[in-house]
Write a protein that binds this ligand. Structure first.
Ligand code: FES
Length: 123
């Protein structure tokens, strides 16, 4: 039976991302940024809600990532905005480590008859 919250996708070795670092991934054409902060891994969409800036190219301040275009900051743990000019959160996704490999849970595709979640990519 499938998980109504989505499917976990393997990204790569967790050891690829050192504490205080980020790494970009593409899963089914969707861009993600994964950060290792506070000793845990967190994933958000790699697209700023202000004007589509590439968040994965931004600087990490603790668990806040700063958009390289105009300086908005987002919480890697929740996707919430922590500094203007962005006003809307970015999507955030559950991350787990299985046998040393990072896995991210992405919501079911829109229109998937088995979808039970209301979350979705806004790419
Ligand atoms: S595009 Fe990210 S702050 Fe403007």
């Amino acid at each position: 039976m499938s998980d109504p919250n989505g499917t976990f996708h393997q990204l790569g070795p967790a050891a690829d991302i050192s504490l205080g670092q980020t790494k970009n991934y593409k899963v089914d054409g969707h861009g993600l940024v994964v950060a290792n902060c506070d000793g845990d891994y967190h994933a958000i969409e790699d697209r700023c809600t202000h004007d589509d800036g590439p968040l994965g190219e931004g600087k990490l301040w603790g668990c806040l990532i700063e958009c390289p275009r105009h300086g908005a900051r987002f919480d890697m743990k929740t996707g919430q905005v922590r500094a203007l000019p962005a006003t809307r959160p970015v999507a955030s996704y559950p991350v787990r480590v299985v046998d040393g490999m990072l896995e991210v849970q992405l919501p079911p595709a829109e229109g998937d008859a088995t979808a039970g979640a209301t979350r979705g990519f806004s790419l």
